[in-house]
Design a protein around this ligand. Structure first.
Ligand code: ATP
Ligand code: MG
Length: 390
């Protein structure tokens, strides 16, 4: 008998070729996530992927596999000989591995996927339960209604014993849903927005705006660190870095102070759209959430949308800050996000920003600017970084 990690994939609603592409892609990502470990064997058996490796590597491997989108469950399992005796021996080995030293209750659930296997479950269950009681009866009692430990046995091409299941993120493997350009600030929200769309299969690149020398190198390092943390889930991230200062100065000179935020946002989107044309992104992504700050009103969002033709995806639009923070903590970006460095937008934050901008007024203000030239000049001085996961 041998230990394996089993991986179950989600999106059961997908059918036919879609499902096959989805699984092939997810399997490739899973195997890539554990490439630093010695994999002795891997194969598929009835929808699950089984990976054989050293038992002591399992915890670290499972942490790595958990970051792959498209997975619902991961569990260590013992592959045993497909016979009653094989399963009985396996159960003893499996329970020993758990090192149980306190009273507990259990239930065995056999899933006879291979319908040709004999004996059938009603006959098999008592035999297997009996083995557990005979060998571990001083700690284990049967409880079929609310057992502390469910021991699953799947009978497929081989037979597998497992009990603990670690939950994966679900979602779709990266690359199934096109390419998105994430407007990445140093805040809490945008990394979460990028994460959520990556989870739905979007391949994510990042676009960051700074206002050097008003914003600092350390502020920039912080954003790179956030991109790195995100890349643990998305894989390598291309990050475009652009100095927004010349545009902000121009707005400051020629437009109303209260419109600074909304006007800079429209420039950010235009620059994002221009890069999308060059490098083939299908959508822009932001961390905007309704009502959070002055520019994030329905009117504000709508005026921002009008700056470009391409879609702007806002996965956080209906989320509360507490919900966003919860995800940020879970994915490991929160601690970096709260480091105190100024953002390009806080440098030029108006005292009383417009909360209900009208497109007419905003366009009128922009008529004082050479929009196209400002966008081009900003892009000409752009820097590009490739951010790799650890
Ligand atoms: P975050 O926590 O993501 O910074 P926020 O609550 O601070 O968001 P804003 O600063 O108003 O909100 O920004 C709204 C969205 O605009 C951000 O989520 C991000 O997608 C984009 N954005 C803001 N500032 C920048 C920046 N300096 N570079 C790139 N994108 C930015
Ligand atoms: Mg911000």
């Amino acid at each position: 008998m041998d230990w394996y990690i089993s991986v179950s994939f989600g999106e059961l609603t997908l059918k036919g070729q879609n499902r096959k592409t989805f699984e092939d892609r997810a399997i490739k990502k899973v195997l890539n996530s554990v490439k630093d470990f010695e994999i002795q064997d891997h194969y598929r058996d009835q929808g699950k992927l089984y990976i054989k490796a050293a038992r002591e590597d399992f915890d670290d491997m499972m942490v790595a596999i958990k970051k792959v989108f498209g997975i619902i469950y991961i569990s260590p399992c013992l592959r045993v000989e497909k016979s009653v005796e094989g399963m009985q021996e396996g159960l003893i080995e499996f329970i020993k591995d758990k090192n149980i030293t306190e009273n507990t209750t259990f239930k065995i659930e056999v899933n006879r996927v291979d319908k040709s296997f004999r004996p059938k479950s009603p006959e098999l269950n008592p035999k297997l339960g009996g083995t557990v009681l005979k060998n571990f009866g001083n700690y284990f009692k049967v409880d079929v209604h609310a057992p502390k430990m469910k021991i699953f046995i799947d009978i497929k091409k081989h037979a597998y014993i497992y009990s603990d299941r670690v939950k994966g993120w679900g979602g779709l493997p990266i690359g199934s849903s096109g390419r998105g350009l994430l407007l990445l600030s140093g805040g809490i929200d945008s990394p979460v927005a990028g994460f959520l769309l990556a989870k739905r299969g979007v391949e994510v690149s990042a676009l960051h705006f700074h206002s050097y020398p008003f914003t600092s190198d350390r502020g920039f390092e912080k954003v790179k660190e956030l991109a790195k943390e995100l890349s643990n889930y998305t894989g390598k991230i291309t990050m475009y870095s652009i100095n927004l200062l010349p545009i902000q100065k121009e707005i400051g000179e020629k437009c109303r102070e209260r419109e600074m935020t909304i006007l800079s946002r429209r420039f950010m989107m235009r620059i994002g759209e221009e890069l999308s044309k060059r490098y083939e992104y299908d959508a822009l992504i932001t961390g905007e959430s309704l009502g959070q700050v002055a520019s994030q009103t329905i009117e504000g969002v709508s005026v921002i949308n009008h700056a470009v033709e391409m879609p702007i995806l806002r996965p956080l639009i209906a989320m509360d800050k507490t919900e966003i923070i919860e995800i940020a903590r879970e994915i490991g970006t929160y601690e970096t996000s709260i480091l105190p460095f100024e953002d390009c937008c806080t440098v030029f934050l108006p005292k009383r920003p417009v909360t209900k901008p009208r497109l007419r007024d905003i366009e009128q203000s922009e008529s004082n600017l050479d929009v196209e030239k400002l966008v081009q000049e900003a892009i000409d001085k752009m820097e590009v970084y490739e951010i790799e996961e650890d």
